[in-house]
Design a protein around this ligand. Structure first.
Ligand SMILES: [Zn+2]
Length: 274
C-alpha cells in the first residue's frame, strides 16, 4: 500500500459538547492522499491539533476547514482559527477553503459583525463553499468529499445538517455521520464503506431524536456492513458502558470507541492511542 494514497483520521475530539479528560468536543484532522483537512473544529480543536503527534503543529498548515453543521460544539474554533490567521505571526498566504452546509457564508458574516477585521485572515483569501446534500468538493491530490443530508436539529441559520463521504484517489471511503439520528441517507452512504466514523451520543435508555445510541449504531452497522466502525461524539454516560462491545456484538462488525488522540487508517488499524 502506498502511504500517499490513503485516508488517515486523527480523532482530536471523541466527545460531545461537555468535555472530559479523554473526550473533547468534536474535532478531526483528516489526511486524504497526503492532503490535510480540519473537520468540525469544536472548542479546543486548535490546541489539540497542534499537540497531536503526526498532525500539523501550526495553524498555517491548515488548507481547508469542513463543517458538518453549525452547532457550537462543531464550529467554535473556526472563530479561533480566523483570529489566529489575522495575527502577524501567521505566515501562510495560500487560500483557505471553508466548506459547510447552506448558511455557512451567513455564519461567517455574523462572525464579522461580532469581531470585525479581527476574524479576517491577514494574508489568506477565504474561499467559502456551501454544500447542499449530494454536493461535492474536489480535494487537492485527487481526493473528494461528497455531502449527504442527515437527521439533526437545524440551527438558527436555517442550514441543513450534513454527513460526508471522503474518498481517496484509490476509491477508499471514510463516511462521517456528523450529528444525526437514524437516517436513510446515512444508511445509503455507509453501505460497505471502509470506515464508518459515527456519532454515539447517549446510552440506549436515554436515546433522543437527532442522535444515535449503541443499539442504533449496531442496527446501522448490521445493515451497511462497513469494514470497521469508529464511535465518536460520545457523552460521558455512554463512554462508561463500553459501547464498542455492544455494537460489535450486535452487528458482527469490528468497532472501536475513539478517544482523543486516536489515529485510524482506512484499513482500520488503530495506530496509536494517547
Ligand atoms: Zn449538533
Amino acid at each position: 500500500m502506498s502511504f500517499d494514497r490513503m485516508i488517515r483520521l486523527h480523532v482530536l475530539g471523541a466527545g460531545g459538547a461537555v468535555p472530559t479528560a479523554t473526550h473533547g468536543p468534536a474535532a478531526y484532522w483528516l489526511e486524504i492522499d497526503g492532503h490535510g483537512l480540519l473537520l468540525d473544529p469544536g472548542p479546543g480543536a486548535l490546541v489539540r491539533l497542534v499537540r497531536q503527534r503526526g498532525a500539523p503543529d501550526s495553524v498555517d498548515a491548515i488548507p481547508a476547514v469542513l463543517l458538518s453543521h453549525l452547532h457550537l460544539d462543531h464550529t467554535a474554533d473556526l472563530t479561533a482559527l480566523l483570529f489566529a490567521l489575522h495575527s502577524v505571526v501567521a505566515r501562510a498566504a495560500d487560500p483557505l477553503v471553508i466548506a459547510g452546509p447552506p448558511g455557512t457564508a451567513a455564519y461567517l458574516d455574523r462572525l464579522r459583525d461580532l469581531y470585525g477585521h479581527w476574524v479576517e485572515p491577514r494574508q489568506r483569501e477565504l474561499r467559502v463553499r456551501e454544500l447542499a446534500p449530494r454536493g461535492a468538493l474536489d480535494l487537492p491530490g485527487g481526493g473528494r468529499v461528497e455531502a449527504f443530508g442527515v437527521a439533526h436539529a437545524e440551527d438558527r441559520f436555517g442550514a441543513g445538517c450534513l454527513g460526508y463521504v471522503f474518498l481517496d484517489a484509490a476509491g477508499r471511503r471514510l463516511v462521517y455521520s456528523g450529528d444525526t439520528g437514524p437516517s436513510p441517507d446515512l444508511t445509503a452512504a455507509a453501505r460497505a464503506c471502509d470506515l464508518l466514523l459515527v456519532e454515539c451520543t447517549t446510552p440506549d435508555d436515554l436515546a433522543v431524536d437527532g442522535h444515535l445510541s449503541p443499539a442504533r449504531v449496531a442496527d446501522l452497522a448490521r445493515n451497511t456492513r462497513p469494514g470497521r466502525v469508529v464511535l465518536t461524539h460520545q457523552f460521558p454516560l455512554v463512554v462508561a458502558l463500553d459501547p464498542a462491545r455492544t455494537v460489535a456484538a450486535r452487528s458482527g462488525v469490528p468497532c472501536a470507541a475513539a478517544r482523543d488522540g486516536d489515529v485510524f487508517v482506512i484499513d482500520g488499524e488503530t495506530e496509536m492511542r494517547s
